[in-house]
Design a protein around this ligand. Structure first.
Ligand SMILES: C[S@@+](CC[C@H](N)C(=O)[O-])C[C@H]1O[C@@H](n2cnc3c(N)ncnc32)[C@H](O)[C@@H]1O
Length: 213
């Protein structure tokens, strides 16, 4: 997905801090070994997640959709020293890679993985969280959003990934596509939600930034 020219994308990457050798290695290994590697946040979005987290200095972060553990590591950069990041992932095969990189980062003791279906795990979690990142199956995004609101502290933030859905949210030819409709419904729900203020950022595939009033 390229919303802007590849040249400008490269310029943005060239003027964004490097992510460090461990995240470089994790990204490379993801592209080499794991299915659908484009799901990884990658350099620029990863730096955005790290920057947001550092701006908030969260005590408690929740992530829905860990994949190979890349975004958890970026978000964990802003955690307070005694902070904790909970992440939910359904695919057991990814655990070995997550554990290995989380340990190498020195932040492994601050990352707690919940293995299983997010819809089943979310009701078992105790809030409040300061920051929640939603990045799992798009079918359940609306439910994840509502459940996240209930787990968030007032003044806390939710980040929702892929809200532009490769541009299909405004593509006339995609208006009957099930996932596109789901994403449009979520964006409309957030836009009309009096409980929050929101900002849609055109980073990568679109990040909806939500602050609970
Ligand atoms: C887009 S990837 C996450 C990418 C990751 N946040 C990153 O930026 O590197 C989505 C992940 O959500 C997981 N997932 C999909 N459906 C899920 C569900 N129902 N419950 C929990 N995890 C799920 C997938 O296995 C996949 O690893």
């Amino acid at each position: 997905m390229h919303f802007i020219s590849e040249e400008l994308e490269q310029y943005i990457a060239d003027h964004t801090s490097a992510q460090g050798s461990l995240l470089d290695e994790l990204e490379k290994e993801t592209w080499r070994k794991v299915l659908v590697p484009r799901m990884i946040s990658g350099h620029v979005q990863g730096r955005a997640l790290a920057m947001f987290s550092k701006m908030i200095s969260p005590q408690r972060i929740l992530e829905i959709g860990a994949y190979t553990g890349f975004s958890a590591l970026c978000l964990a950069e802003g955690l307070r020293e005694d902070g904790i990041l909970h992440t939910i992932e359904v695919n057991e095969e990814l655990c070995e890679m997550q554990d290995r990189f989380w340990e190498l980062s020195g932040k492994g003791h601050q990352i707690h993985r919940h293995l299983g279906e997010a819809l089943q795990i979310l009701p078992q979690l105790e809030g409040p969280y300061d920051l929640i990142f939603i990045d799992a199956d798009k079918d359940n995004y609306l439910s994840y959003y509502e459940m996240s609101i209930n787990l968030l502290r007032p003044g806390g933030f939710i980040l929702v990934d892929n809200v532009l859905w490769s541009g299909k949210v405004v593509d006339e030819n995609a208006q009957n596509d099930k996932d596109t409709i789901k994403m449009q419904e979520l964006n409309a729900r957030i836009q009309d939600d009096d409980r929050v203020e929101n900002l849609l950022l055109g980073i990568r595939d679109g990040i909806m930034m939500v602050r609970l009033r």
